[in-house]
Design a protein around this ligand. Structure first.
Ligand SMILES: Cc1cc2nc3c(=O)[nH]c(=O)nc-3n(C[C@H](O)[C@H](O)[C@H](O)COP(=O)(O)OP(=O)(O)OC[C@H]3O[C@@H](n4cnc5c(N)ncnc54)[C@H](O)[C@@H]3O)c2cc1C
Length: 456
């Protein structure tokens, strides 16, 4: 029987474990902190649970337009919200562990490292165990980047892993970093009623994302009372009593009650024995992998954030599944980044799939683009939705849909027809011809596709 050793129990690791069992392998998975990984315990699941409360409050805030009077005292009890967040995360971790065990995986709580190709050493509270494995999967994830001059204290200066200890809505939260994580938390705390300042080192928020979506969300943020500071690079963060001071590189200072650092992630690849085993890493410490999750050493695979390929739970899981299919001789479909759909859980949400506008411009692709504001959609009018759009990209000549962006409430759901079109290589006409419900937000997806129709 083929023996697989998996280091790390996030989606990269646990999805791989389930696939490997299904393909008949003996599986040992070692996890340091809790099955489900950062995804379930500190990152994705907790943040989206917090955002669910914030979204509810944001919706309630616009109830008057729909004729509902809501008392101005409606507020979230952050202690209860965070207790729910942590309960939900722990329950999900428990569910996943049960699934792994009932599938026949051996799950160990401890720390794993590669001693040599084909050999893993596991340190548990009970002692050390050496494991010979035919295949090793590294799925060790990443942790928040912090800086010497901005040391989190877990109370007032926080990483995204530490915010769930807050018992009261921060009076003034300064969020440093305007990438996806910074934007999501800035949006969430605004929705929860905190004063929020978002510090961005670039000229706009979400610098890596679709420019129309980023401009729209920045307008919404400022309209909702957030202060967005562009071209402002953090130099240091200090705490004095219950105040924090953020100093910018140009000497300006900001004062708030809390500071959340969203400065990106560092891969968990140090002290894993990778260099000695010959596993190639890049300058940032990310493991080099190919499209079937192979590292530079035969028999050693890697998946998820430790590879830095695309830091999403869905991509981590897919890389893990692909690795096991490759190792265990099943049909292998290499990772196709051009088909990945993703969502930014701001209010409104920003979802995207396929080729981006930036890639189109960089590659000089011949693509027709259409952008349709949601405000014209009848369902949006009924629901009091004013912000959002559907944007589609289709190849000139063939009309094949190669990408799209949806901004709006539940854009994470609305993107699915576009994702289907991208993965099945449907044309804009195919998308336009599929019936949508009247009235529905998805009517705007079909209408945008209709606008891409060209006479032959
Ligand atoms: C705030 C935030 C929100 C996010 N929201 C989303 C979202 O909505 N959707 C989405 O798709 N992605 C989201 N992401 C990204 C997503 O969380 C990551 O891409 C995902 O966690 C990667 O999964 P992974 O399996 O690679 O690593 P992880 O989930 O980090 O799991 C790795 C595990 O390995 C363990 N480990 C590390 N070293 C060892 C060792 N030596 N021995 C044993 N165990 C070890 C760690 O303890 C950890 O539990 C978010 C990220 C952040 C920061």
């Amino acid at each position: 029987m083929t023996h697989v050793a998996i280091i790390g129990g996030g989606p990269g690791g646990y999805e791989a474990a389930l696939v490997a069992r299904r393909l008949g392998a003996e599986v040992t998975l070692v996890e340091r902190d809790g099955v489900g990984g950062s995804t379930v315990l500190t990152d994705c699941v907790p943040s989206k649970t917090l955002i669910a409360t914030s979204d509810l409050l944001t919706e309630v805030g616009s109830a008057a337009e729909l004729g509902v009077e809501v008392p101005s005292t409606v507020r979230a009890d952050l202690a209860s919200v965070n207790a729910r967040v942590l309960r939900l995360a722990a329950a999900q971790s428990h569910d996943i562990e049960e699934r792994l065990v009932s599938a026949g995986c051996r799950v160990l709580r401890g720390e794993g490292r590669v001693e040599a190709p084909g050999r893993v050493v596991i340190t548990t509270p009970e002692g050390e165990e050496t494991l010979d494995a035919d295949g090793i999967l590294l799925a060790t994830g990443a942790h928040p980047r912090v800086s010497e001059d901005a040391r989190p204290d877990g109370e007032r200066i926080l990483t995204w892993e530490q915010v769930y200890g807050l018992q009261e809505i921060p009076e003034h939260m300064i969020v440093v970093g305007s990438g996806v994580t910074g934007a999501e938390f800035a949006s969430a705390y605004t929705g929860l009623g905190a004063q929020v300042t978002l510090v961005s080192s670039r000229d706009r928020v979400l610098p890596g994302e679709d420019p129309d979506a980023a401009n729209l969300i920045e307008n919404v943020f400022t309209r909702r009372g957030m202060t967005v500071m562009g071209n402002s690079r953090m130099a240091a963060v200090a705490r004095e009593g219950d105040r924090v001071t953020v100093t910018l590189t140009d000497g300006r200072t900001l004062e708030g009650s809390h500071c959340l650092l969203a400065l990106g992630s560092i891969p968990n690849t140090a002290d894993l024995g990778l260099e000695a085993a010959g596993v190639g890493l890049d300058d940032g410490g990310f493991v080099h992998v190919d499209k079937v999750s192979r590292t530079s050493v035969p028999g050693i695979y890697a998946a998820g954030d430790c590879t830095g390929v695309l830091m999403l739970a869905s991509v981590a899981a897919q890389q893990g599944r692909i690795a096991m299919a490759h190792l265990l001789g099943d049909t292998v479909n290499p990772l196709r980044l051009a088909h990945v759909s993703s969502n930014i859980f701001t209010s409104p949400e920003i979802a995207a799939v396929g080729i981006s506008q930036k890639q189109i411009e960089e590659r000089g692709m011949l693509v027709d683009t259409t952008i349709l504001p949601l405000a014209a959609n009848p369902r949006a009018k009924m629901q009091g939705v004013h912000d959002g759009f559907v944007k589609l990209f289709a190849r000139q000549g063939t009309g094949t849909v190669v990408g799209g962006v949806v901004v709006g409430p539940r854009a994470s759901e609305l993107i699915h027809p576009v994702s289907l079109a991208v993965s099945a290589q449907l044309t804009a006409d195919h998308v336009a011809e599929a019936f949508t419900v009247y009235p529905s937000m998805s009517g705007s997806v079909a209408e945008a596709a209709r606008r891409l129709h060209r006479l032959l």
